[in-house]
Design a binder for this molecule. Sequence first.
Ligand SMILES: Cc1cc2nc3c(=O)[nH]c(=O)nc-3n(C[C@H](O)[C@H](O)[C@H](O)COP(=O)(O)OP(=O)(O)OC[C@H]3O[C@@H](n4cnc5c(N)ncnc54)[C@H](O)[C@@H]3O)c2cc1C
Length: 408
Amino acid sequence: MSAVERIPVVIVGAGHSGLAMSRVLSEQSIEHVVLERGDVANTWKTERWDSLRLLTPNWLTRLPGLEYEGDEPDGFMTVPELVTFLERYADHVDAPVRTGVTVTSVSRADDEYLVETDAGTWQTPAVVLATGPFNRPHVPAVSAELPPRIDQVTPRDYKRPELLRPGRVLVVGASATGLQLADELLRSGREVTVAVGEHVRMPRTYRDRDIMWWLDQLGRHDERYDEVDDLIRARHVPSPQLVGTPDKADLDLNALTDRGAELVGRLGAVNGSTASFAGSLRNVCNLADLKLKRLLKTIDQHAGLDEGPRPEPTRVADAPRVLIDLVADGYDTVLWATGFRADYSWLDLDVLDRKGEIRHDGGVVTGAPGVYRMGLNFLRRRKSSFIHGAEDDARELAGHLTAHLALV
Ligand SMILES: Cc1cc2nc3c(=O)[nH]c(=O)nc-3n(C[C@H](O)[C@H](O)[C@H](O)COP(=O)(O)OP(=O)(O)OC[C@H]3O[C@@H](n4cnc5c(N)ncnc54)[C@H](O)[C@@H]3O)c2cc1C
């Protein structure tokens, strides 16, 4: 067995969060290693669908020490472009990444931590968990009731429409992922039904500016975790219905209806081959429309302008179906766009709550001094899980980490 290596900091994960933390630690000459089970940007290389583009514009794609320098600041990167950006970043900041090293356990070793991997063991007083917020697609328990003849696909496995069987598709979930995949399937000629729960509607542009520009101007991205009224709620707000395409088109439920989608309420239960859906579709859509109006009004007020153009309210059928016999109606596939969860199965520390989420105070892990988390939704700010959110979080957590190292 190889000897245990000692090092002041181990960062687990070489996505943008781990690389940003690496850069900030290097600025302070703090020795560290970044352990990555795949390659740099592994998640983007292996767990995303082919047509995906960022929904944040290029000018927002920045990390400590590197900004977008291309000639399309208002464009949206494809996944291969983002992978290149992150690989360039890792080189640019000279991140000490060890690729192909899977961390299999992090456990206590007196006042320090033992980081065990399939390529050796590290002992360290500080560990940064930058392993991503979205490791496992969340699939509701009701999935177990679906008849075996219906394929169940998650956004992690979905790559392109041709790989699905030819029948109808039920897309469950109407946030960014659900809408983008439903749209792609409709454009490929599929018949698609979308089960719509709570969602956040946003126009791509408003008053000739990208909505992300307005949110930035309003200071929304910078709202802090210790300033919001309901942090648990803020951490679970669905992703906005946005897509980043060259034509800067809106992607909302009306756009899907125009392309032939059927909208139904939130999926409740499955009995035999019959799926039942909540009867609250209209209310859910009204609420999203109302929140959108409020956002646009806030923008108008911020800009000191009269009321601007308002998007058409979401169109909902008079009596959306509440029961569908999936087999009789020719559905081959259910696509679960129902969110993701982090995976901590390799973490041998008593730091998870009863829902399996890590307990932390703005990324400072509770009950494990010297352990930090990066990249979660609203970790320290609303922008924390976005690429441009990593810098502020890394700097603040690195400050905490440095103080911890000074004590040990
Ligand atoms: C569909 C989708 C679209 C998104 N679009 C945008 C967008 O437009 N703009 C934006 O700013 N953000 C977007 N995000 C959010 C966010 O930028 C990504 O989720 C991003 O990948 C998170 O970066 P990260 O570095 O925290 O985690 P990841 O990129 O997931 O990196 C974590 C790394 O840790 C490694 N790892 C995990 N476990 C281990 C282990 N046990 N041992 C060793 N290595 C391990 C993984 O291989 C991976 O490389 C999107 C997310 C999704 C899911």
